[in-house]
Design a protein around this ligand. Structure first.
Ligand code: FES
Length: 146
């Protein structure tokens, strides 16, 4: 499968993002072993792959909950209350950004601008963007996914 994707690019190493997406889709995260395998395949240093993985918040290096809250904490969202949203999730679930509930149902991240400032405060809940966040919306999501 890697060969088919890499063949679309003039330089094999520029296939790094689609390859990482495929691995994460399949395994749920990008492990250090996966970073090593990609580095070998693309013939680049492992540190290069690791830098890409750690730069993009969409790539996960640790297991996440079945429902993952990614709350934007950048200016527009911060001005419209994202910190209070994060505090509310912390109170409801007992986890801080970077943590997962013990039952594996929820995890929380505080992330940079999601590019949807016009509907701030914004979060990404798994793959869905949800804007104009408030505590009631968060409570509904938690109740639906508990
Ligand atoms: S500042 Fe939050 S989406 Fe841009």
């Amino acid at each position: 499968m890697f060969d088919k994707i890499a063949a679309k690019y003039e330089q094999k190493r520029t296939a790094i993002l689609p390859l990482l997406h495929i691995i994460q889709e399949k395994e749920g995260l990008i492990s250090s072993e996966a970073e090593k395998n990609i580095a070998e395949y693309l013939d680049v240093p492992v540190v290069h792959v690791h830098e890409v993985v750690s730069f993009y918040h969409l790539f996960r290096q640790t297991p996440k909950g079945k429902y993952h809250f990614s709350i934007c904490q950048t200016t527009a969202c911060a001005l419209l209350g994202s910190e209070g949203i994060i505090e509310h999730i912390k109170d409801r679930l007992g986890i801080k950004p970077g943590e997962t509930t013990p039952d594996g149902k929820f995890s929380l991240s505080a992330v940079e601008c999601l590019g949807a400032c016009e509907i701030a405060p914004v979060m990404q809940g798994n793959k869905e963007y949800i804007g104009c966040l408030n505590k009631k919306k968060i409570d509904e999501i938690i109740d639906q996914n508990s």
